[in-house]
Design a binder for this molecule. Sequence first.
Ligand SMILES: Cc1cc2nc3c(=O)[nH]c(=O)nc-3n(C[C@H](O)[C@H](O)[C@H](O)COP(=O)(O)OP(=O)(O)OC[C@H]3O[C@@H](n4cnc5c(N)ncnc54)[C@H](O)[C@@H]3O)c2cc1C
Ligand SMILES: NC(=O)c1ccc[n+]([C@@H]2O[C@H](COP(=O)([O-])OP(=O)(O)OC[C@H]3O[C@@H](n4cnc5c(N)ncnc54)[C@H](OP(=O)(O)O)[C@@H]3O)[C@@H](O)[C@H]2O)c1
Length: 483
Amino acid sequence: MSHPPTGHPQTPNPPRHEPDPPRDLVGIGIGPSNLSLAALAHPLAELDTAFYEQRPGFDWHPGLLIDGATVQVPFLADLVTLADPASPWSFLNYLRARDRLFPFYFAERFHIQRAEYDAYCRWVADSLPGLHFGHQVDAVRFNPERDVFEVDFTQLDSDGEAEALGRTYTKNIVLGVGTAPYVPDPLKPLVEAPGVPVIHAADYLAHRETFLAAEHITVIGSGQTGAEVFLDLLRHRPAGHEKLHWIGRSEAFAPMEYSKLGLEHFTPDYTRYFHALAEPVRDRLVTSQWQLHKGIDADTIAAIHDELYRRTLHGGWPDAVLTPGVRVRTAGRIATTKVELHLEHLQQNTRSRLTTDAVVLATGYRERPLGRILAGLDPYLRRDSAERPRIDDQFRLVLDPSVTGAGCHVYVQNAELHTHGVGAPDLGLAAWRSATILNSLTGKEPYPLPGRTAFTTFGLDPQVQIPPARQATRTLTPLVEGR
Ligand SMILES: Cc1cc2nc3c(=O)[nH]c(=O)nc-3n(C[C@H](O)[C@H](O)[C@H](O)COP(=O)(O)OP(=O)(O)OC[C@H]3O[C@@H](n4cnc5c(N)ncnc54)[C@H](O)[C@@H]3O)c2cc1C
Ligand SMILES: NC(=O)c1ccc[n+]([C@@H]2O[C@H](COP(=O)([O-])OP(=O)(O)OC[C@H]3O[C@@H](n4cnc5c(N)ncnc54)[C@H](OP(=O)(O)O)[C@@H]3O)[C@@H](O)[C@H]2O)c1
């Protein structure tokens, strides 16, 4: 059902003095996480839901849909399949709707292109009712007289300018506001200054032609984004005149962990285990597990090496410098067109300067702060020792019992790295998390979930049941002597 932002279908002409009845669920942000939730909520006819997104339409990291770049999870980790393989909103059903099933079958691609994942999500977003794009949510409050949340939003025009203000009421909220590009403090003045092209990689494609025309280019950051941007630039610069620098702070251009048992860190089993650990242990683990989610996938590393090697075939070396273990301390502009980066090598303890004409900051992303949206809930919010929101095992913010006792909850998606671990931003857990939220919200089990998801048993007190071994039903063929 699609509703106007503040109206309600069951009460078309409510008397003026009566406020709208609350919805069951309001989603804030429509990235893959909340789109997954909206898709799985769709068949639950009893739920009255609405989702709000500030962008004019669905757009998945548009500045990084580099030609040929693939999603880092198999296509089975679409919006719904790992919770409901029979859902009409699966990637395979998208292929069927586009009449592309047979070409996909023969292509034998487990990891689809990022652009294809984006197109699939757009198909879901264009078809699902109840999604409101061009709506920025500004504030959430709890109304103790009516036992509902009030959600204030600004309706934006196609240029992103405020057009109208609105409010909706709901018993439950799910925050899916995702991450925002991170620029280290010393580099912020450069990004904000006009003249020299210095951009965060999130805006790469919009500036790609300007960058390719620059005399010398520097890419900062040795995660997957830095690797993909460096590879794209390398492929499109003339051989012998690449004039490229790639700097990373980590000690090596390190591969991302992708072993089968390593991937079991992205299972519900591990998520449950992690959530039950003590806060200091969880904090230590998130830092030490960087290679599970930072680092570069092995195929991208191989493609970079192949491209560099290809450029040596006719003698000489490419004019490209790749140096890990380097921190950018500060930076400044030289005249109006150049940038000077002040570098520090962390192992050698040496410093130097690099003059460049264009800089791509592939310096990562951070969870969007919830403080502004949730300021109105501050008195009800329970926090951990580092002042972060406490989040229970059903992805609910821990709130004062006066709120939860009234049947009102705030769920989060992709804001729970500190409580649920490395799987929080991972697309492979999105459908399971959405299903967990819907089971919790309805108090029923519209999506029965698997009891066991990993071969590894995490901890000495396993929470999963090992099913009894199946009886052998096969009759053995007796050996016949002499054959
Ligand atoms: C470049 C890149 C590639 C990635 N690739 C992979 C991958 O291959 N595999 C994988 O597992 N993970 C990947 N990730 C991890 C990432 O977490 C997921 O790709 C995914 O985007 C997470 O979805 P989300 O919905 O949680 O957040 P987002 O995609 O960030 O979406 C959040 C949405 O909320 C909206 N929003 C924010 N504030 C408001 C507000 N106040 N009102 C209304 N709307 C608001 C934003 O506009 C945005 O559209 C990648 C991340 C990046 C940065
Ligand atoms: N094809 C795809 O599917 C795809 C594409 C892009 C990204 N992703 C995913 O998106 C997520 C984010 O990736 P990302 O590469 O954007 O971010 P990231 O993995 O967080 O990497 C950021 C990089 O910037 C470095 N850095 C930060 N500040 C620095 C400074 N002052 N000086 C030098 N280096 C600095 C970091 O160094 P430290 O390591 O020392 O912090 C790190 O190497 C990851 O999970 C990734 O897998 C997927």
